[in-house]
Design a protein around this ligand. Structure first.
Ligand SMILES: Cc1ncc(COP(=O)(O)O)c(C=O)c1O
Length: 439
């Protein structure tokens, strides 16, 4: 078979299994209410942020390009933003990367040493997997999503069989996210840190926390879930990305000066790439102005209130209309209201709310016709049987938008039941959705 035939066959197979990825039409979403993007604080629409950005751009001696890798040209704006972020996040050092993807690949491919072990939540992001695969570590063990018992037993087993972990000669890296993008679950971060500290009392257990989806939303000034728990000194590394709630691009790793130095020497995704342009750095700097001035906190409060409202409305309407749980249901952590506890940030609402259904594409199509953009997520992005509409809420969404979303869902479920639909969900339905890469 020629290369062309092989590529076409692979794509045709995906087409047949309804998992072929496609880029959405760039204009198709323009008129829709956004229940899909990671722009949680709606900063991409903020006239305040836009004005600040244009003003700073205008005042900056450098705007375009960056001239090369950080190792070749260390732009002052880049160095200044790193210093600012280290102070803002109460970290000993900071290192910018062109993306969160690059940061995870750079960190996990280089920092763990031969003989070390990598322990990761089973839902960890693809970029961590890519980094781990490129690392010199053979022992890579997953634990059940957010399960502290599963983490404990994975670590117990590794420690029992690897004397180096007992003597401190080898290290265990534990990779977690704070807010998981497919399930909208928050990690029990304090318990994770406590387990690692208690099972590895010599200090050779290193928790690495990816705050891609929680940056700007949780913690004082939007400093993330680690800051919300006050765990800054007890985690080894933190990743904050600028591309989601901060409406920018790029990422920062918060680490020790030693790890920073090591990454500068060994992280290929940092060394062999042109650093972010000045304009990107200025944009990120302006977003951090909003965080520092507590503007983002106001947006986040509004956002999290809306999340609570959406859940309450959906639960109520599903009950009132007696919608079959075979058609629409919430995952167990959202199915019943949980009290929020101020001392436990993991009980806070989240802007990512999966609504499970065996028919995510028809449901998404139905909503789309009503001007609402909530994307279907199907296998292989989520496990088989866990297909869903993933609702992402934003500070700019209104209660009216949310009411329309809920009534669109109920209307679809009722008409689906009335039509006596069963079997394959995509038959006869226009393909409006594509399988989403883990976003
Ligand atoms: C948990 C997580 N980590 C890292 C990344 C990568 O970040 P970036 O979009 O900046 O490459 C993403 C986004 O896709 C993510 O969801």
């Amino acid at each position: 078979m020629s290369l062309k035939d092989k590529l076409n066959t692979a794509l045709a197979s995906r087409e047949q299994r309804l998992i072929r990825r496609r880029l959405p039409d760039p204009t198709a979403d323009d008129h829709l209410v956004d229940f899909s993007t990671n722009d949680y604080l709606s900063l991409s629409q903020s006239s305040d942020l836009r004005k600040r950005f244009l003003r700073k751009l205008n005042d900056s001696p450098y705007v375009l390009g960056s001239g090369g890798s950080r190792l070749l040209v260390n732009g002052h704006a880049h160095a200044a933003l790193e210093a600012r972020l280290a102070a803002f996040f109460r970290a000993p050092a900071a290192l910018l990367f062109n993306s969160g993807f690059d940061a995870n690949v750079g960190f996990f491919s280089s920092v763990p040493q031969p003989g070390d072990v990598l322990v990761y939540d089973e839902h960890i992001h693809a970029s961590v997997h890519d980094g781990m695969r490129a690392s010199r570590v053979d022992a890579r063990v997953s634990f059940r999503h957010n399960s502290v018992d599963s983490l404990r037993s994975s670590l117990d087993q590794l420690i029992a069989t690897r004397p180096g972990l007992q003597t401190g000669e080898c290290s265990a890296f534990v990779a977690v996210e704070t807010l998981y993008s497919m399930d909208g679950t928050l990690a029990p971060l304090l318990q994770i840190v406590e387990i690692v500290e208690s099972l590895l009392p010599l200090g050779n257990g290193y928790v690495v926390v990816d705050e891609a989806h929680s940056t700007g939303i949780y913690g004082p000034q939007g400093r993330g879930l680690v800051a919300a728990y006050g765990l800054e000194d007890r985690v080894f590394a933190r990743l904050h990305t600028f591309g989601k709630a901060l409406a920018g691009t790029g990422a920062v790793l918060l680490i020790t000066p030693l790890v920073r130095d090591y990454l500068l020497n060994y992280a290929r995704s940092l060394i062999y790439t042109t650093s972010l342009s000045y304009a990107n750095i200025i944009a990120a700097d302006c977003s951090f102005d909003l965080l520092e001035e507590r503007e983002a906190e106001k947006l986040s409060r509004k956002l999290l209130d809306l999340c609570t409202y959406f859940l309450a409305t959906l639960r109520r309407e599903v009950a009132v209309h007696r919608i079959s749980p075979a058609l629409l249901f919430l995952p167990p952590h959202l199915a019943i209201p949980r009290p929020e506890t101020s001392s436990d940030p993991s009980t806070l609402p989240t802007p990512i709310i999966p609504v499970l259904t065996p028919h995510p594409r028809p449901l998404s199509a139905h909503l789309r016709v009503r001007g609402l953009n909530a994307r279907p997520i199907t296998w292989p992005t989520v496990p088989k049987g866990a297909d869903r509409i993933r609702v992402c809420l934003h500070a700019r969404n209104t209660r009216e938008d949310v009411d329309r979303l809920v009534s669109g869902m109920i209307e679809w479920a009722e008409s689906w039941e009335t039509a006596g639909n069963s079997g394959r969900s995509d038959v006869g339905v226009e393909r409006v959705g594509v399988v989403q890469a883990k976003l």
